[in-house]
Design a protein around this ligand. Structure first.
Ligand code: HEM
Length: 230
């Protein structure tokens, strides 16, 4: 059933059999998502420290030092989106604190659009990342635009009270954004097996996005329509 207004309490709470948990275990998905985002979020924090004049724990990136605003917006938006987004996937929070889910969802749409917009800005306005090629350039434009499109479609869907479409678009948006984490693994594995190279690096990044979208489509289809979380 998808017609219960968002924010109203679950209708069948009192009908749950006593002592039998009906909400799925909450921790596995958030734990995986935290681990996934840990590498890019750490890099982002270290980059912010370095841009703020602190110690350069990671090598300085000269391309951004003159005008770091888009990078700062990207990192702050990405950290907000990745960390706050994790809570949207916790069934217990989604079901029992739907007002929180709605409020943080609005913040997430803004943060996600910031990630997408700044990613496009970084791609279009700065010298290309050394060691990367045309393929990554095009992929960043495609996935930056796709991230924005998924967020808008997910937002429009929930305004229409279409929970199934809302869930699907928001899962896709999150999968595209946190591919930054998956790419840390695909790049590491690709480098270890095939060595470094422009095309190899670009393909490794592409693999990160494809893996995440594959997992997203699986998650979207796994749950029958009738039991979409409320
Ligand atoms: C939550 C997800 C994301 C996180 C945590 C993240 C994190 C980061 C970080 C930390 C940097 C700075 C790297 C450095 O200082 O050397 C960066 C750069 C960048 N990111 Fe993201 N990012 C995310 C999503 C995305 C997405 C979805 C795209 C594209 C569709 C993207 C495109 C870029 C681009 C183009 C750069 C500049 C790379 C360069 O030219 O050196 N990011 N990201």
């Amino acid at each position: 059933m998808t017609s219960r207004p968002l924010g109203s309490p679950p209708a069948s709470r009192s009908a749950e059999p006593a002592g039998r948990p009906t909400i799925p275990r909450s921790w596995p998905v958030p734990v995986v998502l935290i681990l996934l985002s840990a590498i890019p979020l750490t890099t982002g924090a270290l980059r912010l420290v370095q841009l703020a004049g602190g110690p350069a724990i990671i090598p300085a990136n000269e391309r951004f030092t003159g005008f770091p605003l888009p990078l700062v917006l990207h990192i702050v938006g990405a950290a907000t989106y990745a960390l706050l987004g994790i809570l949207q996937f916790v069934p217990r929070i989604r079901r029992r604190h739907s007002a929180w889910h709605r409020r943080s969802g609005r913040v997430l749409v803004v943060a996600g659009l910031l990630v997408a917009g700044s990613a496009l800005w970084l791609t279009l306005a700065f010298q290309r990342q050394p060691g990367s090629g045309d393929l990554l350039y095009v992929l960043r434009l495609i996935f930056g635009a796709a991230l924005a499109a998924c967020l808008v479609l997910g937002f429009v869907a929930i305004r229409r009270r279409d929970l199934v479409a809302h869930r699907a678009w928001m899962i896709r948006a999150y999968a595209i954004a946190v591919a930054a984490g998956t790419q840390a693994f695909t790049e590491g594995i690709t480098e270890a097996v095939f060595g470094t190279g422009e095309l190899t690096g670009d393909l490794a990044k592409a693999a990160g996005w494809l893996i995440n979208l594959g997992v997203a489509e699986y998650a979207i289809r796994r749950r029958p329509r009738a039991t979409v979380p409320r």
